[in-house]
Design a protein around this ligand. Structure first.
Ligand SMILES: [Zn+2]
Ligand SMILES: [Zn+2]
Length: 341
């Protein structure tokens, strides 16, 4: 048999596979990098009696450590709470990440911005407009090296979609809060916070949704009307359990938010979003895959739902419901560019 010319060999072995691969990937996605193989459970919004909570930092810390969390941010109003007794509860299985809830009013609008993983206390800034007030405080957190999340937009109907769409350089938005008077679900002409999230994502903003407790009350009766812990949290995939890694993963969208649904894995590649739901008891599950404008693109009743990505949407995110009403929110996948057009 005659030997193939070198040029033809290199074409067959190198160029053809490259061409084939690029045909397979007609779109580019911004895929979250999920470092490591462990999920860490945490709450990024909680108060102690150093601001308006009812318990000491160590009592609050102990509650989270005893209830299966791996990290906690104590976010007292305009205060960087430090407690030696709380620090003594930290170890290789549980850490505290520093925080501060920047708390200020613009006219009657409460503007609350959480600062995560900060090295010094931050005091909120004022401005002559609502957007300016939100922006200045987000910028302050960013400039200090911390990570900002915008809190409970519908609390006193303070931060509407217009204001949030004009504010830049924030990546995290509370889409679920355990606080009983923050109006997450909207109504009376006001969109829910989750609807606002979809509106912002549809505009092309890259924002990840956070579930938090905003807990204030650790004593006495635990009841829906009280401001108790254990209602909303994040599951963060990080290389290891330390503040820098956790915050880096939050910033990259390598996490999901939950009010009870546990996911064993989220696998995202250039073709598909694959979710592996953790089966609890005999619960049943339903997953919605959601795209531009909040429209439901597909539904699945499977324990391992899969969605095949395509060019039609700016983003696709998933929401998993269990048969008791708990939810997990999978962060959006952003479709960066259509290479074929
Ligand atoms: Zn607040
Ligand atoms: Zn708060």
């Amino acid at each position: 048999m005659r030997r193939l010319p070198r040029v033809l060999i290199s074409f067959l072995f190198f160029i053809v596979p490259v061409l084939f691969t690029s045909c397979q990937k007609p779109y580019e996605f911004d895929l979250p990098d999920f470092p490591g193989s462990r999920w860490y459970k945490g709450n990024t919004h909680t108060h102690t009696f150093f601001s308006d909570g009812d318990s000491s930092p160590e009592q609050v810390t102990k509650w989270y450590k005893d209830h299966g969390y791996q990290f906690l941010v104590i976010s007292d109003h305009n205060l960087l709470t430090v407690s030696e007794k709380a620090d003594q509860l930290t170890d290789s299985t549980f850490i505290l990440i520093t925080g501060d809830e920047l708390t200020i009013n613009f006219e009657k609008h409460p503007v609350h911005i959480n600062a995560l993983n900060i090295s010094k206390e931050l005091k909120p800034l004022t401005d002559t407009t609502l957007v300016g007030t939100i922006q200045k405080n987000v910028d302050l957190v960013n400039q200090s090296g911390g990570l900002a999340h915008v809190n409970h937009p519908n609390f006193r109907w303070a931060l509407n979609y217009e204001a949030l769409s004009k504010t830049n350089n924030y990546k995290l938005l509370e889409i679920y809060s355990g606080h009983p008077i923050v109006n997450d679900f909207g109504g009376g002409g006001y969109p829910s916070v989750e609807q606002m999230w979809d509106m912002l994502l549809s505009d092309g903003k890259r924002i990840y949704g956070m579930a938090v407790d905003d807990a204030h009350q650790f004593k006495g009766e635990f009841a829906p009307h009280r401001v108790n812990p254990g209602r909303g949290w994040v599951m963060v995939r990080a290389a290891s359990l330390n503040g820098d890694n956790i915050v880096k993963s939050l910033d990259a969208g390598a996490f999901y938010s939950s009010t009870g649904v546990v996911l064993d894995d989220i696998i995202i590649d250039a073709k598909q979003i694959k979710i592996k739901i953790h089966q609890h008891s005999d619960f049943k599950y339903r997953t919605e895959f959601i795209g531009d404008g909040g429209q439901v693109l597909a539904e699945s009743e499977e324990i391992n739902p899969v969605y095949t990505l395509n060019k039609a949407q700016k983003y696709v995110r998933a929401k998993v419901y269990d048969s008791m009403g708990a939810v997990a929110w999978v962060q959006p996948v952003f479709i960066k560019k259509e290479l074929n057009q």
